[in-house]
Design a binder for this molecule. Structure first.
Ligand SMILES: [Cu+2]
Length: 113
């Protein structure tokens, strides 16, 4: 089981690095979304209930996007070919809608579970 041991060691080393790189209790979930042809891709995603969330939203369209959510209480304008970053606190389980306020047919859902 030499291979198994090597894999385990690499995994353990990676875990240690991760633990030391993060301040205590600050783990967060990163969600990467792109906007293309006025659609969020993906339009639905899941995240765990007990960790802060970081949205990274790439606008691949030629028009600005206003990435907004009423239940999650944020809005931010993302220029064409730019990436917007929105950090939110840990949420309770549920479904949280977001949308592009400049193109209101473009909607998505974050599912916290
Ligand atoms: Cu708005």
């Amino acid at each position: 089981m030499i291979l198994f041991d090597k894999v385990w060691s690499a995994g353990a080393a990676a875990l240690l690095i991760t633990v030391f790189a993060l301040p205590a209790g600050a783990a967060e979930t990163t969600i990467e979304i792109s906007v293309k042809d006025n659609k969020f891709q993906p339009a639905e995603m899941k995240a765990p209930a007990d960790t802060p969330i970081v949205f990274k939203v790439k606008n691949l369209d030629a028009a600005p996007v206003e990435f907004e959510s009423e239940p999650l209480q944020f809005e931010t304008v993302i220029k064409p070919n730019m990436e917007g970053v929105v950090k939110i606190k840990a949420q309770k389980p549920g479904r949280y809608e977001f949308f592009d306020d400049f193109h209101q047919g473009n909607k998505g859902t974050l599912i916290i579970e």
